[in-house]
Design a protein around this ligand. Structure first.
Ligand code: BV8
Length: 249
């Protein structure tokens, strides 16, 4: 699926990374593809093939069919629990030892960056392994298994839901502020494994470009960002990132 063909890394990019004091990174589902976690827009498999994730990942879908949406997340949690970080996740974690400031911003909800050792990823869209009360919007860590699907909040009895940001919901304010500040102040902005279709995350690389950062896209496919990037590495992140670290540090 992904070749390990040696990556052609422009010398100007090697120099920019070597001199960078602050590197900001935005990752999307593509960085977890080599861990076996289906990307967000890849065809859903099996039971879920007939559903569009964009339709299911909404408060309306949950209110209309709470059992269906809860079971979709249970299925995805199962996939994530079995998944292991891939060399791309580990390379990004290692970057934190090599560069004075690294801000890792992720759209992913799978927690694989933490499991690879990234110290403090900014989770713009939440985390599928956390559960919260639909009414109180507060995290719930345990509940009575009464056979109810979805289970109910032990405090107020409302339905429980995954602690992820659905379409039409606002992103966590502090997380977005921190991500935007990093995009404005970093020397280099890496955009890895995202189709750059979802806002406001997809605007971060543009913010970085407008602030004068060197911008790099790592993705086997082109995206709406490609034309604006200083450098484009058309490669899989699990193959490209270890080679990039090898070439630069
Ligand atoms: C918001 C959590 C303010 C859930 C996700 C109309 C009504 C309401 C809102 C909107 C509207 N029109 C527009 C909007 C805004 C909307 C939006 O952007 N819609 C788009 C799609 C048109 N955004 C929102 O609603 C956001 N909130 O704006 O609040 C507001 C409030 C009220 C009303 C209006 C505005 C909330 C967005 C967050 C949604 N939640 N996830 C869950 O996961 O179940 S987003 C979801 O998409 C995932 O988190 C995913 O991370 C994200 C982005 O997808 P990607 O990560 O890019 O993944 P994708 O599969 O698309 O692409 C994979 C890429 O990897 C590909 O390019 C592929 O080539 C590449 N790849 C594959 N293999 C590899 C690889 N790359 C590298 N290596 C590989 N090996």
């Amino acid at each position: 699926m992904y070749t390990n063909a040696p990556l052609a890394i422009p010398d100007s990019l090697v120099q920019a990374l070597r001199q960078a004091q602050h590197i900001a990174i935005l990752t999307g589902a593509g960085t977890s593809a080599e861990s076996g976690v289906p990307t967000f827009r890849e065809a859903q498999t099996g039971l879920w093939a007939q559903y569009d994730p964009q339709e299911l990942a909404t408060p309306q879908a949950f209110q209309r069919s709470p059992k269906l949406v809860w079971e979709w997340y249970e299925w995805r949690r199962g996939l994530v629990a079995q998944a292991q970080p891939n060399p791309g996740h580990y390379a990004l974690a290692q970057l934190e030892q090599l560069v004075p400031t690294v801000t890792l911003i992720t759209q992913n909800v799978d927690g694989l960056h933490q499991r690879a050792g990234s110290r403090n990823p900014i989770e713009l869209h939440g985390n599928i392994m956390r559960t919260k009360c639909f009414a109180e919007d507060k995290i719930v860590t345990s509940w009575a298994e009464t056979g109810d699907v979805p289970p109910r909040c032990p405090r107020c009895g409302s339905l429980l839901r995954p602690d992820v940001v659905w379409f039409g919901e606002s992103l966590p304010y502090a997380a977005l502020q921190e991500a935007q500040q990093a995009a404005r102040t970093c020397d280099v902005f890496l955009t890895i494994g995202t189709s750059a279709l979802v806002q406001p995350a997809a605007s971060l690389p543009i913010t970085a470009m407008e602030a004068g950062a060197i911008t790099v896209e790592i993705n086997p496919q082109s995206t709406p960002l490609t034309r604006y990037m200083t450098h484009v590495l058309a490669a899989a992140s699990g193959a490209a990132l270890p080679q990039l670290l090898q070439a630069v540090w």
